[in-house]
Design a protein around this ligand. Structure first.
Ligand code: GDP
Ligand code: MG
Length: 443
């Protein structure tokens, strides 16, 4: 397994501080194989590996995990980002002047009709919407009847079938009926083809043009692997997709097709179909799918736990210092290092009174990583004695430190001021009963 292969590479590296380029590239060769086995398209794999490699080189290895495990966690985080676009899925646009129109598109057999009924049922029960479904599939004789039966099973209304109408005519009738009869949402189930062809695309464009849907959801069979990417690109070229539904996620596929969907369509993956039954529809969970693609969910969990433990340890050490009313320049440097690593503050540090202001400054861009580097350089230019007792810093010493760190006396004073503010905050904190007291107040 990938886990064993990575373990082999990294056994000899146990205990090192940061991931080196050679370590990372060795691990990524194995990750690459794992992704290809999960049926991720080759160009996607290439781009992904490069991005993940850049992120991993130089990353700190948390105490108590191996470098290989740390790489797996970083790869996992990159996968989640790719699957989710780094964003939360926005809600479906169903709260518009009724009826909201949702159009379902996709190849034949992808699961459009089933997903239409599943989504209608979801909107009916979870969102308490009054939903009308209409089948625009006039190509297959039994298609409209299939949706009518599913409507009966889910107790969702379906548009009465009138033979001889074109898809556009049915779509317009559906919207008209929905408006007159007070439906909140109308779902349009369209016809598919076995492959992408011009007739299908022209029909989809005509329906979309006539009904101006609020959502156009592409239904993709996750078992079709790399082919799904080409299908998605073809649909995106002709209709303004707003989301993706991946079906057959209950199957054997490792989910590699999912990886490209977010970036190819530029829209969120909203739902996963997980079975033939009509309640087998789930909100898409990028974390879970990433775990499945990589097949190493246990390791990711382990690293997350280790990271949480590590933070707790750090917090405890800090708490000990606080109890003594101490906060010296070395502590400040450690905090600055944390800030740089996390791109901000996390955990306990973020809750400390003095750090609140620092966090705000950092989030707003007033403190940038370069500035943090400079502050660190200043502290490093101090002697151990100066770091422990900054009050001994005379003007002459400050000039020496400024010269040593390539900064100005003004910069040195800024760092001293920041330290003083934080030390004061710590003293106030001590009066309130230390960390424990603060936690009590926060809880
Ligand atoms: P359409 O041609 O795109 O409308 O596809 P259908 O909705 O008719 O589905 C084709 C087949 O796929 C049916 O037998 C469905 O029961 C099945 N199907 C659809 N979605 C899923 C899913 O998420 N999981 C599984 N296992 N089967 C599904
Ligand atoms: Mg169908």
């Amino acid at each position: 397994s990938l886990s064993e292969r990575l373990g082999g590479i990294f056994d000899r590296l146990r205990g090192r501080g940061a991931l080196t380029e050679i370590d990372v590239r060795a691990a990524m060769r194995e990750v690459r194989v794992a992704l290809l086995e999960a049926d991720v398209a080759l160009p996607v794999v290439k781009d992904f590996i490069e991005a993940a490699t850049q992120r991993a080189i130089g990353a700190e290895v948390i105490k108590s995990v191996t470098p290989g495990q740390q790489v797996v966690k970083i790869v996992n985080d990159c996968l989640v980002e790719l699957l989710s676009g780094g964003e939360d899925v926005p809600p479906l646009k169903i709260n518009v002047t009724p009826p909201a129109v949702i159009m379902m598109v996709g190849l034949q057999g992808s699961g459009k009709t089933t997903s239409t009924a599943k989504l209608a049922s979801w909107l009916g029960t979870r969102e308490r919407k009054k939903v009308l479904m209409a089948s625009l599939d006039v190509a297959r004789p039994a298609a409209q009847e299939q949706l009518r039966v599913l409507g009966e099973q889910t107790e969702i209304a379906t548009l009465p079938i009138i033979p001889g109408q074109t898809p556009v005519q049915i779509a317009e009738r559906a919207r008209q009926s929905a408006r007159l009869q007070g439906f909140d949402v109308v779902l349009l189930d369209t016809a598919g083809r076995l492959g992408v062809d011009e007739a299908l695309m022209a029909e989809m464009a005509a329906i979309a043009g006539a009904t101006n849907p609020d959502e156009i959801l592409l239904v993709v069979d996750s078992l079709t692997g790399q082919d799904a990417v080409n299908v998605a690109a073809a649909f995106k070229a002709r209709v303004a997709l707003t989301g993706v539904i991946l079906t057959r996620m209950d199957g054997d596929a490792r989910g590699g097709a999912a990886l490209s969907m977010r970036s190819v369509t530029g829209t969120p993956i909203r739902f996963a179909g997980t079975g033939e039954k009509l309640d087998a529809l789930e909100a898409f969970d990028a974390n879970r799918v990433a775990g499945r693609i990589l097949g190493m969910g246990d390791i990711v969990g382990l690293v997350e736990k280790a990271a949480a433990n590590f933070e707790a340890e750090q917090a405890e050490k800090m708490a000990e210092k606080l109890a003594k009313g101490q906060f010296d320049m070395d502590d400040l440097r450690q905090q600055l290092g944390q800030m740089k690593k996390m791109g901000g503050l996390s955990g306990l540090a973020a809750m400390m009174p003095g750090m609140g202001a620092a966090k705000k400054a950092m989030d707003s861009g007033a403190i940038n990583p370069k500035l943090l580097d400079r502050m660190e350089a200043i502290i490093l230019s101090m002697t151990a004695k100066e770091r422990a007792k900054p009050e001994i810093l005379t003007a002459k010493r400050k000039i020496r430190i400024a010269n040593g760190s390539g900064t100005t006396v003004q910069d040195v004073n800024k760092v001293l001021k920041m330290h003083q503010e934080m030390a004061n905050a710590m003293k106030r904190l001590k009066k309130m009963g230390g960390i424990k007291g603060m936690m009590k107040m926060l809880s």
